[in-house]
Design a protein around this ligand. Structure first.
Ligand code: ATP
Length: 429
């Protein structure tokens, strides 16, 4: 299109049970709308005729059960194509089974055992469509009036909050195709790194904390108990990754394991879980539409996620810059660092790192650009078991005056002086 003129439009007609797969270009956003028929984006129905604007790099599909016409900008930098082979029928069949279990749970609300709705975990290698399936199952359930709990154990990307955290939130409405999951008040635990190998013990402890809190919430809320949960996991499925999957299945008392297109993982899990009578392991086909993302793309996505936390998806938030004295803040790392100096140990013994040790962090220039978790802990000994209120980003350190400048999503005092540090940093681009 000529400079200044509005870009040309095109119409795409979708036959029943087909989908339009789109990768928005890296430089510009994409406008499109549903002209007629019905269509959904990862389980959420598209509103008729309203224009939707998708940000650069977004990858998604518009699926129709009965046929639809889409009007969209005709941008040559964009990738889009129609596919008529999708695993959507098998996915919606899973939804139907879960729906039956939710109804049964609701009908027996007085019985502690049978009133528990399905606890679903989605597992599989990276880029197998785990997050996408989790999202569809949640949105379909929400459309039918349930409030299922979404648990995200994927510290690599993070669909509920920032990377490096595990989190849970009730899903009360189908998930917005552009905005994603609303960031309001999720239950978040700060791990601090985007791989579990840094401190697997800490990861396990946090998973357990999260599960215990949810268990308590379910005990007092028959509605969310019956709706159950959908758990998204990391794409790390070998060795430690596999152990952590088993740990999560056990800790959350999962009843349905959905394995995305991996025979080996599926048979290993079937074998490992065969003693548990009430656990179903189901293999599902991976969608041909799932886009592989390389490590550079993932790093950019993590960065974008942090920007979005402070500034909003379309720069619609106004974060607040504050200045604090060094002495007002207590920053800790969890784990790492030898328990005792080598000189204090018997000859031949190696210092071992205590994964759960709270290590105070000295404030110096190294903290510049670091993203910290703001603990809800009131006392130091509560830090390990506390969830976090949100994040701050360090923008300046003034050593002579002992002042620290940070950006927070809003003005006002931090809920606690205890801050958690991992390897999460951000540089404004
Ligand atoms: P990871 O373990 O790395 O987090 P994942 O298994 O959760 O990956 P997804 O995030 O679900 O994979 O999918 C990868 C990418 O492919 C996402 O950007 C998603 O939006 C996109 N995608 C998934 N399904 C489709 C589809 N049918 N058509 C187009 N894009 C899709």
């Amino acid at each position: 299109a000529a400079v200044g003129s509005s870009p040309a439009m095109k119409q795409v007609k979708l036959e029943k049970e087909s989908e339009l797969r789109i990768e928005v270009s890296v430089n510009s956003s994409l406008r499109l709308r549903l002209l007629n028929g019905n269509a959904e984006i990862f389980g959420t129905e598209m509103p008729p005729e309203n224009w939707l604007i998708f940000p650069p790099r977004m990858k998604f599909a518009i699926f129709t059960w009965y046929g639809a016409t889409i009007e969209m900008q005709d941008n040559t930098a964009e990738t889009d194509y129609v596919a008529d082979e999708t695993p959507m029928i098998s996915y919606v069949n899973v939804h139907a089974v879960l729906e039956g279990r939710r109804n049964r749970a609701k009908a027996s609300a007085s019985d502690a055992d049978t009133s528990q709705g399905p606890r679903v975990i989605v597992v599989g290698p990276t880029d197998s469509g785990k997050s996408t399936l989790a999202r569809m199952l949640l949105s379909w359930a929400a459309k039918q009036g349930w409030k299922p709990t979404f648990v995200d154990l994927d510290i690599g990307q993070g669909s509920i909050t920032l990377p490096g955290c595990i989190a849970a939130t009730p899903i009360e409405m189908p998930i917005d195709p552009v905005e994603g999951i609303p960031l309001e008040m999720p239950l978040v635990y700060f791990y601090g790194h985007n791989t579990p190998t840094v401190n697997a013990d800490l990861y396990r402890v946090l998973v357990k904390e999260l599960a215990q809190i949810l268990e308590r919430q379910f005990a007092g809320n028959a509605e969310s108990r019956a709706a159950g949960m959908v758990i998204n996991t990391m794409g790390f499925i070998d060795g430690l990754g596999y152990d952590l999957l088993l740990h999560a299945i056990d800790t959350f008392q999962v009843t349905v394991v959905l394995v995305m297109g991996q025979d080996k993982l599926c048979s290993m899990l079937k074998d490992a879980l065969k003693q548990k009578q009430n656990v179903d392991v189901v293999k599902l086909q991976k969608s041909g539409g799932v886009v592989s993302r390389n490590s550079k793309f993932r790093a950019i996505a993590r960065n974008q996620r942090i920007r979005e936390y402070f500034y909003g998806l379309s720069n619609d938030l106004s974060p607040h810059s504050s200045i604090a004295n060094f002495s007002d803040l207590s920053i800790y790392r969890i784990g790492g660092g030898p328990q005792a100096p080598a000189s204090a140990l018997p000859i031949g013994a190696h210092p071992v790192a205590d994964p759960m040790r709270l290590v105070p962090v000295n404030i110096n220039r190294d903290l510049l650009n670091v993203v910290l978790g703001v603990s809800f802990a009131k006392e130091q000994d509560q830090i390990l078991s506390s969830n976090i209120a949100g994040f701050i980003w360090i923008t300046d350190i003034d050593i002579p005056r002992k002042k620290i400048t940070y950006l927070a999503p809003s003005a006002g005092e931090l809920p606690s002086k205890f801050l958690l540090m991992g390897s999460l940093t951000w540089i404004e681009t």
